[in-house]
Design a protein around this ligand. Sequence first.
Ligand code: F1P
Length: 346
Amino acid sequence: IHDSFRGRLNAKEGWVSLGGVKPYIKEIANADRIVIIACGTSWHAALVAEYYFEDLARIPVEVEYASEFRYRNPIIRKGDVVIAISQSGETADTLAALKMAKENGAFLFGIVNVVGSSISRITDSGSYTHAGPEIGVASTKAFTTQVTLLAMMAMMLGKERNTIAPKRFQKLLDEMEALPDKIETLLESNDYIETIAAQYKDATNALYLGRGTAFPIALEGALKLKEISYIHAEGYPAAEMKHGPIALIDENMPVFVIATEGENYEKVVSNIQEVKARKGKIIAIVTKGDTEVKAIADHTISIPSTDEVLVPILATIPFQLLSYHIAVMRGCNVDQPRNLAKSVTV
Ligand code: F1P
């Protein structure tokens, strides 16, 4: 993540350099619609990007699992930009979906980690995440670099379309530059996160909640726990809890919540109160200095304050670490989880 930041940001120019976007900036910025396709963790990055592109660049976005998209009869036209996100660049469903989109005249953009992979070859343009090799099967640094790249791309498109004020652009750029140091600070909580993991390693179910850009992070937190520790976990938008999952909550249910500062804070606090009223256990990710959630949650993990847009990048790391420690304590092979392949090529 350090390399992916430091190589790309140029604060002096006030510009983000994404080689694969620049030559096609007009084409992408003037898209009728952006359709993002991906699988697994990469699909969660796509969900974050939906917020980014719509909020910062005001381009309509649709996000779909490539594994669904390829088997229906989707409407794709010239004027659509189809973005595929994939760590390996070899995922069969994503490749098949891209081929379909190409036949229908869409412009194809790939966001992949593995240089020279099939997706990077069939797309019209693209950007590499340069996360370095993902040793484990479950995507971790691929995810944070995907989200980073997508934020940068949305900023560039916003600048091109004049939908982002220069001051806002500069503030985001400054916040991005500060992220690597904030991540270092956050990693200092690793031992503390391990002590929390020890208390939930025998859980059989877990719920993850978030609002806005933190909703896909809830999904990703749940997926990481499932993938590497084999604990059943579900991610939900916090506001959906009352439409079903609330029935699951009792004293044995750990509920992981992203409750960082910003627009959604008070609403998330009331969701936490609803869980506590039913004796659920709350493990909350909060902004450093938080007192309100700290007073009611069972555990809080602080992340440094940042722009709300960038919270997904910081908030996902404690969830990755929690899943890692829980999996190790349960004796699971975190690098090679059962039944999972690094590249799903069939
Ligand atoms: C998609 C994915 C990964 C997951 C595992 C299986 O791969 O679902 O997110 O962690 O490796 O494949 P990709 O298209 O991002 O390479």
